[in-house]
Structures are given as structure tokens and as C-alpha cells.
Design a protein around this ligand. Structure first.
Ligand code: ZN
Length: 274
């Protein structure tokens, strides 16, 4: 299989809290998330650090095809814990966390795992794309948010509403009835969506952080078949460039209300041909 990767921070010069990588037969996208600086995290490390460590250690764990992808994710979370248990408070509700999309060839099948709002799109031969994403976080946000549209991105009211959302979400993170992300609890891996598809039924697979899936799932500018066509023709860099164009046309979120004008965006496009 042939793999192409692109990953860009939401704004030039800012840390990219996504991480995307591939090894033979294996690829992943990690999207790190943290609490606002004044809320506290109990962790001396950055969100970007967490995303990189989890990505690297998860690649290493998942390279062993004797481990299921869920088990590999649990191992990855445990190994990151071990790297900062002595310096950081891993029970802190604001600990860095991440969403995960992971794909692996195992024999004649492609296995996948998705945790939280990363998106994995199976480009299937002679069938509509199959989209795998976990919408529990979005459901909790819908339940918790104040009614009404988000105000303009960058306004004081927008900042207050997002901060309020983050504080309320803490009680639902990695809790039954809430939503699940990779952070400090290995058992979150049991909540991941997993599956496998015969390789002969696939043209390829796309792994996207939510900053790179927006054209389809948030903005509604492309259907999933069209998004796959962009990847096929121009690759991941083209998908991100088009996303940035759309965002620049709506800088304060008047047309598409959203938390960040531009988010870190990562896309892996893995094709079975070539
Ligand atoms: Zn730490």
C-alpha cells in the first residue's frame, strides 16, 4: 500500500497538537486536546507532547499483529502514563487527551480503530464510502451547550462560552454515559470503534483529524465521495489547502459557527494500488 501524509497547525507558528505517522502496514492520526491554560492540567507537558508520545508508542504497540488494535491502544496509553507518572498528576481531570484513528493490514484484511471524533473513511470498491467516527463527544456538547448559535470567533462571549463548555465537559470525559478519549485511563480503549474489511474490497482508506474532515461533516461543502476524490487527485495537502480556503472565507464563524476559526488538520491517505 502507498501512503501520503499531511499535517498542519491551525495557525502558522502555533504548535501542531495533531500527530500523523505511518509504518509498514500501519498508519494513524492523533488529535491532542487540552484544557485552557488557566484551568490547569496537572501535567508539565504540552498537548503536542502527549499527542506525539501516544502516536509513537501506539505505532510500536500496534506493529505487533498478535495484539488487537484496542489492546494496542490500551498499551500505548499505559506507556505514556509511565513516561510522566512521576512528574504529573495523572488523576487530574484536565490531563492532556487525544482522539485516535488507526489502520493496520493484518493478513488479507484492513483493521481499523477510531476513538472519539477522529474520522476514518473506507474507500470501498463499487460501494459508497463507509465513515467511522464516534459522535458521543458531539452529543454531550449538544446536551451541555447554551442554546443559540456560537457568537463570533474571537469575541469575549465566544471565549467565555468555549471555556464554560470545557469546564462542563470535564465531568463527562472518560465516564459512562459521557464520551471517551485517550488520556490516562487505558480502559478508554475498550470504548473505541473497531472493525475490519477485506483488502480486496478497498481502494484505500483516509484517516482525518476533525480539523481535516470539516469540508464534509461540519461545512457540508463536500460529500464523502467528493472528499475522497480530492484525496485521490490532490492528496492530503490539497484537502487541507481547500479546508483553509473555506475557513478563510468565514473567519468569524458566521456561516459555520465553530470553536476555532482553523483547527490543526491532519490527513493520511492510504491506497491499496501502486
Ligand atoms: Zn505530563
Amino acid at each position: 500500500m502507498r501512503v501520503q501524509i499531511a499535517s498542519e497547525p491551525g495557525r502558522p507558528g502555533r504548535a501542531n497538537e495533531d500527530f500523523a505517522a505511518a509504518a509498514p502496514g500501519l498508519c494513524l492520526v492523533i488529535d491532542g486536546a487540552g484544557a485552557p491554560a488557566d484551568v490547569g492540567t496537572g501535567c508539565v507537558h504540552s498537548v503536542a507532547w502527549y499527542a506525539r508520545q501516544l502516536g509513537g508508542l501506539l505505532l510500536a504497540a500496534a506493529a505487533d499483529v498478535g495484539l488487537g488494535l484496542g489492546e494496542a491502544l490500551a498499551v500505548g496509553i499505559e506507556r505514556v502514563n509511565a513516561m510522566h507518572a512521576w512528574t504529573c498528576d495523572l488523576r487530574h481531570p484536565g490531563s492532556p487527551s487525544a482522539t485516535v484513528a488507526l489502520a493496520r493490514v493484518n493478513g488479507e484484511r484492513l483493521e481499523h480503530l477510531v476513538l472519539s471524533d477522529a474520522v476514518l473513511v473506507l474507500d470501498r470498491v463499487d460501494q459508497a464510502p463507509a465513515v467511522v467516527t464516534d459522535d458521543r463527544l458531539a452529543e454531550v456538547i449538544t446536551r451541555l451547550d447554551e442554546p443559540g448559535r456560537l457568537p463570533a470567533v474571537g469575541s469575549d462571549e465566544h471565549t467565555r462560552r468555549l471555556r464554560d463548555r470545557v469546564e462542563r465537559l470535564a465531568a463527562y470525559r472518560n465516564q459512562p454515559g459521557g464520551f471517551w478519549v485517550a488520556s490516562t485511563k487505558p480502559e478508554a480503549a475498550r470504548e473505541a470503534l473497531v472493525g475490519s474489511t477485506p483488502l480486496v474490497e478497498l481502494n484505500g482508506v483516509a484517516l482525518l483529524s476533525d480539523g481535516a474532515s470539516r469540508l464534509a461533516d461540519r461545512f457540508g461543502l463536500l460529500g464523502w465521495p467528493e472528499l475522497l476524490a480530492v484525496l485521490r487527485k490532490g492528496g492530503p495537502a490539497e484537502l487541507i489547502a481547500r479546508t483553509r480556503e473555506a475557513e478563510a472565507s468565514d473567519p468569524v464563524g458566521a456561516r459555520w459557527p465553530r470553536g476555532k476559526a482553523s483547527d490543526d488538520a491532519s490527513a493520511v491517505w492510504w491506497t491499496t494500488s501502486d
